[in-house]
Ligand binder design. Structure first.
Ligand SMILES: [Zn+2]
Length: 150
């Protein structure tokens, strides 16, 4: 199990190749639903402690296969955004650095690079200065992806 933070600032939990989003913060435990609840009406439900530990699947059935590579991709994008927040590096460099840490299978599924380069080219055509240190820049890049886990 791993906790990742989405671009909306909401935590998501990855568990066995599936991603879960918060459904209810109870006093004794938190309830998480599959991130594909809305798109595929997937019924899977996970409980954790209020400290977001000790995951227990309450409804184990998913309406779809697990997608570990997609989760790795989502984590990589979040890592790029985190890097953007605290460094002034060029987005292309940040991308290259994060991607270099991925395995081949995940790297092949990274959707960002072309969008990233296109955006940079467009910026330069307009001669707008790029400030890659701002999170907004990366938000724009990420929101161009048709990425249903967001
Ligand atoms: Zn599911």
């Amino acid at each position: 199990m791993e906790i990742i933070t989405s671009n909306k600032g909401n935590d998501k939990i990855t568990f066995k190749g599936h991603m879960f989003v918060i459904k209810h913060e109870g006093k004794k435990y938190y309830t998480w639903r599959c991130s594909k609840k809305s798109s595929l009406n997937c019924p899977a439900i996970l409980h954790t402690s209020v400290h977001k530990t000790d995951p227990v699947l309450k409804i184990t059935h998913h309406e779809h296969p697990s997608e570990p590579a997609k989760i790795e991709v989502a984590k990589a994008i979040i890592k790029i955004k985190e890097t953007a927040k605290c460094s002034g590096a060029n987005p292309s460099q940040m991308y290259a650095e994060v991607v270099s840490q991925l395995d081949d299978y995940t790297r092949a599924r990274m959707p960002v690079e072309e969008t990233l380069k296109r955006t940079i080219r467009n910026y330069r055509k307009k001669k707008n200065p790029i400030d890659p240190a701002t999170l907004d820049e990366l938000e724009i890049l990420v929101s161009h992806q048709s990425f249903d886990i967001y």
